[in-house]
Ligand binder design. Structure first.
Ligand code: AHR
Length: 502
């Protein structure tokens, strides 16, 4: 057993309120996310609109507050008009981002119907790759304007009398990346985002706008990209978006589990850049972060390079997640919670089949991947106020990181429910970790449960044939000690949720 780790939390020392939208997700027209994922008209469990009801139930189990749509790289070549109106008149298009054929069986209105079914809001992205201001303002008019104009009346003609009132809009996707259709320099993008955003807001002043930040922390233009874009679009936008995926292609698990430390510094650097521009502008408005693509992504890379192009909904980016991936997802969630004061939206990318917590077989079952569990626990139990985590933990070094704490943890206080939830990962893959939590400011409390996700095999996965190999159990050993403390032993390589009733 490694030396003890400790955390002190005090109800008055607060990081900030959790914006529930940090538990968002993402559906892109990519692979089998839409066709064969959320929608499969001839599936035995399809509803009257062709949406898979088994998938609807699994999504509802996550209580997802917001879903980004329709891309992703896809959006930078997308004509949204192709996806509205009578389905039999919609064109099939070559989709250049993923080299497939997009049949447009599902589009904006159907996606909005699906959002209602799973009780979520849409985060819509506009195409600032091949298109621009005109397309963006037309889509807002189609979506949010009541009636009496060309685009709003067309929506009504398409069977949607009431406006969709989508509040959150992304100004393009990953425009810093050369892989993006219509890739731009920071100056080109900053100017376009500002002008498109202005026009969109003139159509509907109530919307919120998200500008593209960097595609990942390793981009050569990071963080100058953020500084320039914010400088050019500060008056118009509300959030800057960042993306990050991690992987373990060289099977160095210690290093893989430490990668969320780079997420911590990524978040902090972007916050500093936002604040620098605010100071430079003598501005009142604080720009916050939308971490609208994050996850583990690497398992499917080799296989995806062999795909034949121009298929409809091929299996793409279908990472089969293992136990260690779930631990990294847990650490990434904790990273964002630790900066809940500034990370206001986030989207695990993606939701179904494509690097996703939910998998399906065409015509067959749907099941939960390992990463479903930490994401579900955080979304269900991680609402309230994040408390400043005063943590002491034994540390180790890995290939790319020094002083990596074995313990990654954070506590969330839900005043309304009179509960505190502690999320904790033991990164040590060989030994368990004694953990003491000092909750002295809370008075009397009881432990509701100690949920543990653990596995003897770090590479263990859930599959269609064996969907429950990695599932959490509630037999954790957390117990109350004298003096308002909790003592637990976190098993090696485990994700833990300790729930307390005050
Ligand atoms: O989520 C998969 C892809 O990753 C998205 O389309 C793109 O934005 C990112 O590079």
């Amino acid at each position: 057993m490694t030396n003890k780790a400790t955390m002190i939390v005090d109800k008055d020392f607060q990081v900030g309120e959790v914006d529930k939208r940090i538990y968002g997700s993402f559906i892109e027209h990519l692979g089998r996310a839409v066709y064969g994922g959320i929608y499969e008209a001839d599936h035995p469990q399809a509803d009257e609109q062709g949406f898979r009801s088994d998938v609807l139930e699994l999504v509802k189990g996550l209580d997802v507050p917001i879903v980004r749509y329709p891309g992703g790289n896809f959006v930078s070549g997308y004509n949204w008009e192709d996806g509205v109106g009578p389905v039999d008149q919609r064109p099939k298009r070559l989709e250049l981002a993923w080299r497939t054929v997009e049949p447009n069986w599902i589009g904006f209105n159907e996606f909005m119907d699906w959002c209602k079914k799973v009780n979520t809001d849409a985060m819509m992205a506009v195409n600032l790759g091949t298109r621009g201001i005109d397309d963006a303002r037309n889509l807002i008019e189609y979506s949010n304007h009541k009636s009496g104009s060309y685009w709003s009346d067309l929506r009504i003609q398409h069977g949607y009398k009431d406006p969709h009132n989508v509040k959150t809009w992304c100004l393009g996707n990953e425009m810093d990346g050369p892989w993006q259709i219509g890739h731009k320099t920071s100056v080109e993008y900053g100017r376009l985002a500002n002008e498109a955003g202005k026009a969109m807001r003139w159509v509907d002043p109530t919307i919120e706008l998200v500008a593209c930040g960097s595609s990942h922390i390793g981009m050569p233009t990071f963080p100058e990209w953020e500084a320039t874009v914010l400088d050019l679009a500060y008056d118009t936008i509300d959030y800057v978006s960042i993306h990050q995926y991690y992987g373990n292609p060289h099977n160095d698990t210690k290093n893989f589990l430490a990668q969320s430390m780079s997420m911590d510094s990524y978040i902090n650097t972007v916050i500093s850049t936002c604040d620098y521009v605010q100071a430079k502008k003598r501005g009142k408005k604080q720009i916050n972060l939308s971490f609208d693509e994050w996850n583990v992504w690497y398992h499917s890379n080799v296989q995806d390079r062999k795909l034949d192009p121009w298929q409809i909904a091929p299996s793409q980016l279908e990472d089969v997640y293992n136990h260690e991936d779930a631990l990294v997802v847990g650490c990434m969630l904790i990273s964002m919670l630790k900066r809940a004061d500034r990370v206001k939206m986030a989207c695990i990318a993606q939701l179904v089949n494509v690097i996703a917590p939910i998998m399906t077989q065409n015509g067959g079952p749907a099941w939960k991947q390992t990463i479903y569990y930490p994401y579900m626990h955080a979304s269900i139990f991680g609402r309230g106020t994040v408390l400043v985590p005063l943590v002491k933990s034994p540390k180790h070094d890995t290939k790319d990181f020094t002083d990596v704490p074995y313990l990654e943890t954070v506590a969330v206080h839900n005043e309304e429910k009179e509960e505190v939830t502690i999320f904790a990962v033991n990164r040590n893959t060989e030994e368990s970790l004694p953990f003491e939590i000092d909750l002295r400011s809370f008075g009397a409390f009881q432990i509701i449960e100690h949920i543990v996700l653990e596995s003897d095999d770090l590479k263990m996965t859930n599959t269609a044939d064996a969907p429950n190999r990695v599932t959490p159990h509630t037999a954790g050993n957390a117990a109350i000690e004298d003096g308002g403390k909790i003592a637990a032993t976190l098993s090696k390589a485990s994700w833990n949720v300790i729930r307390i009733k005050l």
